[in-house]
Design a protein around this ligand. Structure first.
Ligand code: TYD
Ligand code: MG
Length: 453
């Protein structure tokens, strides 16, 4: 007898449930459990046919050298991919609707095609004529990319099998449907089946497949998280609506460092690469103002300077506002608590607004000192020295902890004309000794010492 294993799945975490529930036990999310057609279990249970073989690890290197990565020539894209596209890899590009995923991938496909790759762009959202119009607007009308408009998974696999491309872009996974799955396109079951088929195809045929996925309001790729587990690389394309900057961030990469970012600017003629993001994020700085602190951060392998802005104002609310954009609000609460408890600086009765300029998102704990600096400067209404950058992690005791890659942070700051760095006392800086290279370093042991002067 075949028995259904799962009938209900949580769209947020992918957990399986025997019956429907309003709240998922596994992740605690509400209204995310939906019914799914169970995976059919054919007669072939138990051991498979004698296909499973192993090969010696040492034998691999000599038998088959890894195929070289392909570079698109778009430096920002290549870096986020970990140095280029790996043949046979599956890449998921997620992002809000309208953020520019189709634009990015059309430009990417064209760039790869111009480097000699056989690239196919399959859109389930737009007709080929619309894609062509978009390509014209982007100045890519002559790029040797092949277009298709298909949503049936089997047709897509047949097309790809016939064309034998090196790269296939599938825009988007939510539009695909497989006739073997009884569910609407965009449902968990369909998304998962489509992603699975495409990933399997990529591996078997050595075709690099880039799958576009829309993200829901909650910030998850619509459908189950399992798509993220299936692919080799997960990239998010993010940015604030009002800003023209877009950031492509790798959150998972089997073939390169995660947390790498590529910075783009959305222009009338598509996405332009931003080679020097620090200059861009700081470009709006004018006169020194209270509440502004420059954080010397590291994004992936690259140093990026960003401006952290704070505003502290008397509140009329019983529980004052804590509005945080671009930073982790839990981290900010911790820093406020440390300032109150260890340094006797109360924020009760005060609204606090924190923001990272330019629509950038900063998640490093190394930003703690810059956040504290911005908060204190805003609260005291006195500007920090405009020539200074800050970095350092704050512990619950108020002590400052050293962070990674101090040299790179300082080098970037020096390059952009900063002459002072405020950093943890215990911070080792390799290959430089403070003043020698035109950088004045001010060491701080703990937050009380920083507040004191
Ligand atoms: P799109 O790539 O269609 O977004 P997604 O695929 O993520 O849904 O981008 C849509 C937005 O980008 C749209 O609001 C218009 C803007 N855009 C430009 O500003 N310049 C351009 O050259 C193009 C093609 C789009
Ligand atoms: Mg699109």
């Amino acid at each position: 007898m075949t028995k259904a294993l799962t009938a209900f799945t949580c769209t947020a975490c992918g957990a399986a449930h025997k019956k429907w529930a309003g709240r998922c036990d596994a992740c605690g999310a509400w209204n995310t459990v939906i019914e799914e057609a169970p995976l059919s279990q054919g007669p072939g249970r138990g051991l498979g046919a004698a296909k499973g073989r192993t090969v010696p690890l040492s034998g691999l290197a000599t038998d088959e050298p890894p195929p070289p990565r392909s570079r698109s020539g778009m430096a920002e894209l290549d870096r986020v991919l970990g140095g280029g596209l790996v043949p046979g890899s599956a890449v998921l590009v997620g992002g809000d609707p309208g953020i520019g995923k189709s634009t990015l991938l059309l430009q990417g496909a064209a760039a790869f095609a111009r480097k000699g790759l056989n690239a196919v762009y399959l859109s389930g959202e737009e007709a080929s004529a619309q894609v062509r119009m978009r390509a014209q607007r982007l100045g890519l009308a002559d790029a040797p990319v092949r277009l298709g408009a298909e949503t049936n998974l089997r047709d897509i696999l047949t097309t790809l099998d016939g064309e034998r491309p090196d790269l296939a872009v599938i825009d988007s996974v939510q539009t695909l449907w497989s006739d073997t799955v009884e569910a609407a396109p965009g449902s968990v079951a369909q998304v998962r089946a489509a992603a699975h088929e495409l990933v399997t195809f990529a591996k078997r045929r050595g075709v690099a497949v880039i799958i576009v996925g829309h993200v829901t309001k909650e910030g998850q790729i619509a459908g189950p998280r399992v798509v993220e587990h299936m692919v080799d690389t997960v990239l998010y394309f993010e940015g604030e609506r009002g800003h023209q900057f877009r950031i492509l961030r790798s959150v998972k990469n089997r073939f390169g460092p995660a947390d790498e970012i590529g910075v783009f600017e959305m222009t009338g003629a598509g996405l332009a690469e931003v080679a020097n993001p620090s200059a861009l994020f700081l470009s709006e700085r004018g006169q020194p103002v209270p509440g502004s602190a420059v954080f010397a951060g590291i994004e992936g392998t690259r140093p990026v300077l960003t401006e952290i802005q704070a505003l502290v104002a008397p509140s009329t609310l019983a529980s004052p506002r804590r509005t945080v954009v671009g930073l982790d609000s839990g981290r900010v609460s911790t820093i406020l608590a440390v300032l109150e408890a260890r340094c006797a600086i109360p924020f009760a009765g005060l609204d606090v607004f924190l923001n990272v300029a330019g629509g950038m998102r900063v998640s490093e704990p190394a930003a703690d000192l810059a956040i504290a600096g911005a908060l204190l400067s805003a609260r005291e209404d006195s500007a920090l020295p405009p020539e200074a950058v800050l970095f350092g992690e704050i512990s619950l005791s108020g002590a400052l902890r050293p962070v990674a890659q101090a040299e790179n942070r300082l080098k970037e700051a020096r390059k952009l004309g900063f002459s002072q760095a405020i950093l943890p006392e215990g911070q080792k800086v390799e290959g430089s000794s403070g003043k020698k290279d035109g950088m004045d370093t001010r060491r701080v042991a703990d937050l009380t010492g920083f507040v004191g002067d």
